[in-house]
Design a protein around this ligand. Structure first.
Ligand code: ADP
Ligand code: MG
Length: 996
């Protein structure tokens, strides 16, 4: 009898079908979680409703019907004529990137950047001016080259950012075996079309969605799509109800999933973006990435620069016209303003920032933090709140059972690690300090509890290289280990009982039940007769474990040994809850256990969660210790020192969470704790009011995490949120920094994240934040450096025109050279600067602060003016001095050289904001020394190598003239050092007055 026939016979829904004994083997689903599709729905609630209805319900069609719809033939395949038509109609079997945005349009988008637009305008005007006067448009070409380079850089960066999609894309297999024109071909997967007949084998990734035509023992891993960890057995012979969920469509296979066993032949039903994976890809893409703080600051910077340069251009042109009283020199004035526009734009900045971020990611990987999205590097530095999971991130995720409570007995368990050796000690009451060792089998309640521990369990405990280790959930591993300590072995028990159905664990349900049937063979009867332990004698029995409050609520009676039970009265309930609280407040993770004998006359197909998981018989409590990670306490302290608030989020009991949070210093007595239940009752504005005070969230489900992130973000916080499960993905995506677990995390959570902790460790987040801050400090450092120079250049060019020297001292080409090479190389080296000593002793900077905040704007203007004044003074003198000699244009080269060399001194001085350069170790940043030496040599080559001289329009300088340039440029260095001395002195004076 087919499973479907069985279901029809009992007239049950498909959902219940999977609990029939015959069917269990077919589609056993241990960790059924929400499907990716539902997840995507959560993120973008409006979009997906239409998606399932438009798709054909292939799973409900019979094979012949499906083939007829697709006009395909299982023995010959499609004809080549059909395939080329279909390929034309449906397109290549590929996931599209950027939600349909083509690479070309991304590239074009780069050139809408306001600074690049201005440069392009400059190039055009400059080309017209040059061509009109019959010159080669050298400047225009150089500028165009820089514009293109910048555009390409932005393009590369943006393409790299969408890694999540690339990961989804990698899930689809590259080559497939297809039947066409009665022949078998091996083709690239992207050539598949709906209607194709494809062969599947063990280990293959499935390249398109399809209806199975034949399947031999086919097992498919669908975790990528449904989040289900276990392989699903597929069956081609069924046709299913139309409303069967994705995970239940066992006559279908889906793109991006993997064949772990067996062989099959399928009819392709959907390709490319029409597949289930494609729909998810589209949804994930439609969640738009917000600009990072740095991106926002950069566009703000660009606006300021462009506006101020246009204003300057206006001043120069109008001023020039007014001064000369005619339009005669308009061309000349235009040239000056072009130079100024080029001088203002920091052409080297995008490249330097990209390189700095890349260096930051490399450093972070060395600290076990893998950055998946480049801008996250600098976002990290501004994080104000870290929401961290407790289990596994703050704790070690190595559970050891410490205490068991059954009836009125409190039993302590000793023994280290997972090894099944240790003792049980009884203290009858809390007051009784007289502890005695006991034999578990003398206590029927304990015995029943340990049975439940072993049977209601999906983990495996095994000895490997003389070490005991567990496969599966550490919580369950600890339960196997405690049963082992009582001499109860998993393998033996599984021989006696077959699991015929289950209601699996999920973070939402916070419980798990299994239904076991006693084996009826003679052999097991003989075996059980010899058993030391008295196994429960019902034929069909359900064991349930989970969050104690929840389980207790489902119970109506209490097991009291010798296979009898009493009704649970209020007093007993209160006692159990009190015991639970007492264990939890010691930081133990507590599980409650219950069982229920089931009526064998009711077919198991009729069992469902709601009607079965009730009227249970309470057995007892198990408390296990999951010790905090040794480094977590220091990391929490450092985190608070750095002005970042750590918040603990856990599915555990609030007292357990509290005990561990107190221990780690995340919260202190009196701090607000919010439970999932309480959170559910709060409206979004109410939650926002509380979210700044709450440091512990207990008994929460993954969807609560999303609400917490949203509330914090609405309160202006920059949130890092950890997660590992499939259902955590929306919260990770929503957080400013989504942090996934490298070891225990699912692929889905990793794909949704910005950063992956390779060691699952909270302390790693803090180290990554430190690196993020160093990166941001360094970015600010070279922005100061580069823009100070730009202002100096602009002022010099403007002054030349305003004091009536008649010509611009710097050509656009020379300015580009300065901005890219003589500023760019030292700026790159400044990105390697080691952290300032206080980097983790100060609060995070406001993520919304302007790039000019905290004195940066003032510094740029101040230093720009100093640099400008020094250069202008030199220019004035040099102009008059060179007029009398043979080569009257030498003054321009002296100005050019002074500006460049002054920047070398600036780079040296800017390494530290507070310490004098002589106080720093000159070799602690060897890159800077190298960059300064190289740049100086290059600058000298521009003057003393003839071909370069003619290309850059420079003039030969005598040694004394060069000496004067060097002398003038050194003044900038001296000035900045004097500033530092002054500030130091001022600060010290202030301190002294405070002391008095
Ligand atoms: P967390 O990972 O934050 O500790 P979980 O969602 O894993 O939270 O667990 C929430 C609660 O569900 C636990 O406190 C425990 O009571 C219960 N629980 C955890 N694991 C299991 C399991 N394997 N079987 C039954 N119940 C469990
Ligand atoms: Mg967990």
């Amino acid at each position: 009898m087919s499973s479907l026939a069985i279901a029809e016979k009992y007239n049950t829904s498909f959902k219940q079908l999977k609990f029939h004994p015959n069917f269990i083997n077919v589609c056993q689903s241990k960790y059924r979680r929400e499907s990716l599709y539902q997840l995507a729905t959560k993120m973008k609630p409006k979009l997906p409703d239409s998606a399932p209805s438009t798709a054909k319900p292939w799973h409900s069609l019979e094979i012949e019907k499906a083939l007829a719809v697709q006009k395909s033939n299982p023995d010959t395949g499609l004809t080549s004529k059909q395939t080329s038509e279909l390929l034309h109609e449906y397109g290549a079997n590929e996931l599209q990137e950027f939600g349909g945005r083509k690479p070309l349009s991304i590239l074009i988008d780069q050139f809408t950047n306001i600074m690049l637009v201005m440069l392009m305008a400059v190039a055009v005007v400059s080309a017209i001016l040059d061509l009109r006067s019959g010159d080669f448009p050298k400047d225009a070409i150089a500028i165009s080259f820089i514009v293109i380079l910048n555009g390409l850089l932005g393009f590369v960066q943006e393409s790299r950012a969408e890694k999540a999609l690339a990961a989804l894309k990698r899930l689809s297999s590259p080559r497939v075996r297809v039947l066409r024109d009665s022949k078998i071909f091996e083709l690239p997967a992207k050539e598949l079309v709906p209607g194709d007949i494809v062969f599947l084998e063990t280990g293959m990734q499935i390249a398109a969605d399809g209806r199975l035509l034949e399947a031999q023992n086919l097992q498919v891993m669908e975790a990528a799509l449904t989040g289900e960890a276990e392989a699903v057995h597929k069956d081609s012979t069924l046709h299913l109800p139309e409303d069967a969920s994705l995970g239940d469509r066992i006559n279908m296979v889906y793109q991006g999933t993997e064949v772990v066993q067996g062989r099959a032949k399928m009819l392709v039903t959907a390709t490319g973006m029409q597949t289930e994976l494609g729909k998810i890809a589209a949804l994930l893409q439609s969640v738009e990435a917000q600009p990072t703080p740095l991106q926002q600051r950069m566009s703000q910077l660009a606006n300021v620069l462009v506006t101020s340069s246009l204003a300057l251009v206006a001043v120069v042109i109008i001023g020039g016209i007014v001064r000369t009283g005619s339009f005669q020199h308009f061309d000349q004035l235009l040239k000056v303003s072009l130079s100024m526009a080029v001088a203002v734009v920091p052409e080297g900045l995008p490249a330097v920032i990209t390189v700095t971020l890349a260096i930051g990611t490399q450093r972070m990987v060395r600290h076990q933090a893998l950055i998946r999205k480049l801008p996250a590097v600098e976002t990290l530095g501004s994080v104000t709140t870290i929401c961290s999971d407790k289990t596994g991130t703050l704790t070690q995720n190595k559970m050891v059972v410490q205490q068991i409570n059954v009836s009125s007995n409190s039993i302590r368990v000793t023994g280290d690690g997972y090894a099944p050796t240790g003792t049980f000690e009884l203290s009858t009451s809390n007051q009784d300090k007289n502890i005695k060792s006991i034999e578990p089998k003398d206590y029927p309640e304990l015995e029943q509890l340990l049975f439940a521990c072993v049977l209601c369990n999906d983990a495996v405990l095994q000895k490997k290289h003389s070490e005991w280790e567990i496969l599966g959930d550490p919580t369950e591993g600890a339960l196997l280990s405690v049963a082992g300590k009582a001499g109860m072995q998993q393998a033996k028990l599984l021989n006696q009982f077959t699991r015929i159905a289950e209601f699996p664990f999920s973070s939402e349900r916070k419980r798990m039940s299994v239904i076991c049937q006693r084996r009826q063979t003679e052999l097991t009867q003989i075996l059980s007769a010899q058993e030391e332990y008295q196994a429960p004698d019902s034929q069909l029995i359900m064991f349930t474990k989970g969050s104690p409050e929840l389980i207790l609520e489902l119970c109506t009676s209490d097991y009291v040994g010798t296979k009898s039970s009493f009704a649970l009265n209020d007093e007993k309930r209160a006692y159990i809850l009190e015991q639970n609280n007492q264990m939890a407040s010691q930081g133990l993770r507590v599980l409650g256990f219950a069982y229920k004998p089931l009526d064998t006359t009711v077919p198991t197909t009729l069992l469902d969660e709601k009607t079965t998981e009730r009227e249970l018989i309470w057995i007892g409590l198990v408390g296990m210790l999951d010790a905090p990670r040794p480094e977590a306490k220091a990391a929490v302290a450092q985190c608070q020192q750095a002005g970042i608030r750590p918040v603990m989020i856990t599915g555990d009991h609030q007292l357990t969470a509290q005990a561990i949070a107190y221990d780690l210093g995340i919260a202190k007595p009196g701090d607000l704790i919010l439970s999932g239940q309480e959170l559910e009752k709060l409206s979004a504005p109410e939650l926002e009011q509380q979210v700044n005070q709450v440091s512990i969230y207990a008994r929460v489900s993954p969807e609560h995490k999303l609400r917490i992130v949203e509330a914090l973000k609405n309160q202006g916080k920059l949130v890092a949120m950890t997660g590992d499960g499939v259902n955590d993905a929306p919260a990770l995506k929503q957080a400013n920094i989504g942090v996934a677990m490298g070891i225990t995390g699912t692929d889905v959570s990793k794909e949704a994240s910005d950063m992956v902790l390779l060691d699952d460790n909270f302390a790693t987040i803090i180290r990554a934040i430190e690196e993020g801050r160093v990166v941001y400090d360094n970015i600010r450092r070279f922005i100061k450096y580069i823009l100070g120079s730009n202002i100096g250049e602009v002022l010099t060019v403007a002054a030349a025109s305003l004091i009536g020297l008649g010509e611009t001292p710097l050509s656009p080409l020379q300015i580009l050279w300065m901005n890219l090479v003589t500023d760019g190389l030292p700026a790159l080296a400044l990105a390697m600067e080691s952290p300032e000593p206080d980097v983790m002793n100060r609060p995070p900077y406001n993520p919304h602060e302007s790039i000019f905040a905290r004195g940066l704007g003032f510094y740029i203007i101040r230093i720009g003016i100093i640099l400008g004044l020094i250069t202008i003074a030199l220019m004035e003198w040099a102009y008059n001095y060179t007029q009398q000699s043979g080569d009257p244009e030498r003054w321009k080269t002296m100005v050019f050289t002074t500006l460049c060399l002054a920047q070398m001194g600036h780079a040296l001085a800017i390494r530290s904001n507070t310490q004098l350069t002589i106080q720093l170790n000159p070799f602690s940043n060897p890159y800077l020394l190298a960059a300064i030496s190289l740049t100086t040599v290059l600058q000298l080559m521009l003057i003393y190598v003839a071909p370069l001289r003619s290309f850059f329009n420079t003039h030969l300088l005598s040694l004394p003239e060069l000496g004067i340039c060097i002398g003038c440029s050194a003044l900038v260095f001296v000035w900045i050092e004097l500033e530092k001395l002054f500030i130091k002195h001022f600060r010290q004076e202030r301190k002294i007055t405070y002391k008095v």
